[in-house]
Design a binder for this molecule. Structure first.
Ligand SMILES: Cc1cc2nc3c(=O)[nH]c(=O)nc-3n(C[C@H](O)[C@H](O)[C@H](O)COP(=O)(O)OP(=O)(O)OC[C@H]3O[C@@H](n4cnc5c(N)ncnc54)[C@H](O)[C@@H]3O)c2cc1C
Length: 268
């Protein structure tokens, strides 16, 4: 155990060897899991979080690995964006992961950390929501539709650890975004997928939390093509407005991105 006293503020650093040990170590809201540190360490430096202990889960064997199963791809929560970008099992997911940040962020940042952080502009949010993935934690399975509750807010309970994400393999899928040129975060991003359970269209970066576009989904259900989106729009009312883009700009962007995602060749 290492005490960081004098560096920033005092905290303990814990390195558990298993999921059970990690969860047992998280015995209060003041403790935080540490994965790639790409969001958490910045929050510590800015004093947005002042945990009494960091529980390092980055190297837990139970959180590692990508497994191709019949009809599904199961990705360990500790999988880096870079590793997922190199996995060709679901091409749209690889494209999404490869679009995140820069090389350092992709080499360090993890799927589990990105989902738990629930940044309103997180790329992975569009992937899990667009594919209808299941998020497996140490204690239950949370459907992507139930996971994101608001800005930086998820259905995770205090101390609940994401272990893996189970993605259904789509028949066809695509992801398109407009990057913030400084960070790589999407000003808006749209994931479209045709799965065995139907068509899903998920948007990130455009509101407090990711959302599905049911009107687009219904249109694409009968005809999974750009033509089916003809005349469809998105109201600006609920969309984010910030220094990167107005709500009206995002409203105009989303249908364009949906068409680009559809035009990516359509492979799963
Ligand atoms: C310069 C820069 C550019 C970026 N650009 C993008 C971008 O273009 N698109 C994008 O989507 N993201 C971007 N990010 C964020 C990046 O994707 C981070 O990797 C991600 O937000 C956090 O993942 P992490 O593994 O680093 O988690 P950490 O920073 O270690 O943790 C983040 C939060 O998740 C919790 N946590 C970590 N792992 C788990 C787990 N398994 N279960 C439960 N809770 C857990 C932690 O306690 C903490 O609260 C960028 C970050 C930086 C610094």
């Amino acid at each position: 155990m290492y005490s960081g006293e004098g560096l920033m503020f005092p905290f303990d650093y814990l390195r558990p060897q298993s999921v059970a040990e990690a969860v047992a170590a998280h015995d209060g809201e003041e403790r935080r899991y540490l994965a790639g540190g790409q969001s958490l360490l910045a929050a510590l430096k800015l004093r947005l979080a002042q945990p009494t202990a960091l529980i390092d889960v980055a190297r837990l064997p139970e959180l590692s690995g990508i497994e191709a199963e019949p009809g599904r791809l199961v990705v360990g929560a500790g999988t880096t964006h870079a590793a997922l970008a190199e996995c060709r099992e679901i091409a749209a997911l690889a494209r999404l992961a490869g679009s995140i940040g820069d090389l350092q962020v992709r080499n360090m940042g993890t799927l589990g950390g990105a989902l738990a952080n629930a940044d309103p502009a997180g790329d992975h949010a569009a992937g899990v929501l667009g594919l209808g993935a299941d998020i497996h934690t140490d204690r239950r399975i949370i459907a992507a539709d139930d996971f994101f509750l608001g800005m930086f807010e998820t259905a995770l309970e205090p101390g609940e650890l994401i272990v893996s994400v189970s993605y259904p393999r789509p028949r066809r899928a695509g992801y398109a975004k407009v990057r913030n040129p400084a960070s790589g975060y999407p000003v808006a991003g749209v994931f479209v997928a045709e799965t065995d359970d139907g068509v899903r269209v998920a948007v990130t970066g455009a509101a407090a939390c990711p959302f599905r576009l049911t009107q687009f989904e219904m249109a694409l259900a009968g005809d999974f093509s750009v033509a089916a989106l003809e005349g469809l729009g998105v109201p600006a009312g609920e969309l984010s407005r910030d220094l990167h883009a107005s709500a009206e700009y995002r409203a105009a962007l989303i249908p364009v991105l949906a068409r680009r995602a559809l035009g990516q060749g359509g492979e799963g």
